[in-house]
Ligand binder design. Structure first.
Ligand code: GAP
Length: 491
């Protein structure tokens, strides 16, 4: 069993129920790729649906879908061709490659060296090489000597057409499609600043050492929202949202250097940790998303990213982190991208990307909320696992918004009349678009265990009394208690 399997609390449920699993497993193909099974996909759609309710419907972002394959010029403009790199170190003996910063991170983690971890965020290549030599860190495959850190670009490269040198890449983030389309969308939809454009879709990075299942993948899913605004404006509202009303929201916050405290968004705005109210809106909405899908407040926090860690486009980042059995993982990056992307696309395309604001032509600035769906899903599962010692099986404490089904429907036993009544109930629920599943195989206890295991909130049993008085038992997953209810009241 690999390290990551042991570390993930939800691992046995994930494996047993095929929530997700390594892609192309039969061929022992490359790591970093995962397929989702039926249950995993339903949970994922639930999370994505909650994101859509909050960022699109409530906040009022315009959702679009842009292509996964991006011509090189676009990513030259965005800076990804020249700077989207990781520091990679090679083994002199077996030629394996590793991310230098991750080797050091593991080293400090094992030693529980918090200061080392904090210092690592500021290391350049030279400092990393010096520490790898000082700590005698060796190749994880063959024990050979590691040397020569190089910056390696993480994008997957391809060519458009055959026999051409027309280079393109799989998109490393969904955001660039939004930036390139911005001016047209602004005109077509008659948008006014501040305006948000969002998309949910795949991103691709040729990670040097994919690991920890969905935490570091080569193909993953992002849900990104870009808010365009005029930096000269005082931001008071965003669509129907009064921005000042959000500022009393308290969050757990980690300052640069590691000091952690509970702060209001207003205080963070005042002390400059959050650059403006629209950035505060991104953080507010992310906290709302976590509350909605049932991630407890005490397992998430926002962290001010060290200056040395900032992406090339950012003037300030605050990451959303969730505590998991892998440690704190970054689930979202909130960034103040300024006018970097729009100005760069204007420069390389030769087309003006300006809009009118207060009677003046301006290049809007951007704040971004970039959420990783797979990381959010694995964090949710990891935090939802209940040992279930009292009932004899592990189960997932998922709330209704993300549970794969609301109901499990069971005839008490194989019996034509019971099966027909249960099937009718399930058909009625399906017609009303209430997600449920039907099962008649195995003992009722085993069926309860199976529905608890995947986090189904209620299990309905149709028994012989149901045939007489039209009632069923409804078993609550969390308490394991049952109550009789009229079949017509199951909705
Ligand atoms: N547009 C900004 C951007 O892409 P990022 O911090 O590189 O920022 C945003 O990525 C989010 O995407 C991360 O917080 C994480 O949740 C997810 N993500 C990034 N790389 C990933 C990977 N290799 N595997 C899984 N999720 C990843």
């Amino acid at each position: 069993m690999s390290e990551s399997k042991k570390e993930n609390k939800a691992f046995s449920i994930i494996e047993r129920r095929g929530i997700f699993y390594p892609a192309f497993d039969a061929y022992n193909a490359s790591s970093g790729f995962y397929d989702y099974g039926a249950i995993g996909l339903r949970i994922m759609r639930g999370i994505e649906g909650a994101w859509r309710n909050i960022f699109i419907d409530e906040m009022g972002a315009t959702e679009i879908q842009t292509t996964d394959i991006v011509p090189e010029i676009v990513l030259k403009a965005s800076g990804h061709v020249s700077t989207f790199t990781d520091p990679v170190i090679g083994c002199k003996t077996c030629k394996s490659s590793f991310r230098a910063d991750k080797l050091l991170e593991e080293y400090y983690d094992k030693k529980h060296d918090k200061e080392g971890l904090a210092a690592l965020r500021k290391f350049d290549k030279k400092a990393m090489q010096a520490k790898i030599t000082e700590y005698k860190i060796r190749c994880q495959r063959c024990g050979g000597e590691l040397q020569g850190i190089e910056d390696v670009n993480l994008m997957f490269k391809t060519h458009l057409g055959h026999g051409t040198d027309n280079v393109a890449y799989l998109r490393p983030e969904t955001a660039q499609g939004i930036f390139v389309d911005f001016k047209n969308l602004f005109r077509i939809y008659g948008l006014k600043l501040p305006a948000a454009i969002a998309q949910s879709g795949k991103a691709y990075r040729n990670e040097i050492s994919p690991r920890q299942q969905l935490v570091r993948m080569r193909e993953f899913h992002q849900m990104e929202t870009e808010i365009f605004f005029d930096p000269a404006d005082e931001q008071k509202r965003f669509n129907s949202i009064d921005l000042d009303a959000l500022l009393s929201k308290e969050i757990s916050f980690v300052y640069r250097g590691g000091k952690e405290s509970t702060e209001t968004l207003g205080a963070l705005l005042k002390n400059g940790r959050i650059p403006n109210k629209l950035f505060a809106l991104c953080v507010y909405m992310e906290a709302k998303l976590l509350d909605t899908i049932g991630i407890p407040k005490n397992v998430y926090r926002f962290r001010e990213v060290e200056k040395e860690e900032l992406p090339h486009y950012s003037k300030g980042n605050v990451d959303l982190e969730i505590s998991t059995s892998y440690g704190w993982i970054e689930v979202s990056g909130n960034a103040y991208r300024t006018d970097w992307d729009l100005s760069q696309h204007a420069k390389l395309s030769g087309k003006e990307i300006t809009v009118l604001s207060n009677g003046k032509k301006i290049t809007p600035h951007v704040v971004e909320a970039s959420i990783g769906l797979d990381r959010l899903l694995i964090s949710l599962l990891d935090n939802a696992v209940q040992e279930g010692k009292d009932r004899g099986w592990e189960w997932l404490n998922l709330n209704e918004s993300v549970a794969p089904y609301k109901y499990a429907v069971f005839p008490l036993q194989k019996d034509e009349k019971l099966e027909s009544a249960a099937a009718n109930l399930q058909a009625r629920l399906s017609e009303n678009r209430v997600a449920s599943y039907y099962s008649v195989s195995g003992s009722i206890g085993k069926r309860y265990a199976k529905s608890d295991e995947i986090g189904v909130p209620y299990a309905i049993t149709v028994d012989f009394q149901s045939l007489e008085d039209g009632t069923v038992t409804v078993r609550d997953r969390d308490t394991a208690k049952q109550a009789r209810t009229k079949i017509g009241d199951v909705k």
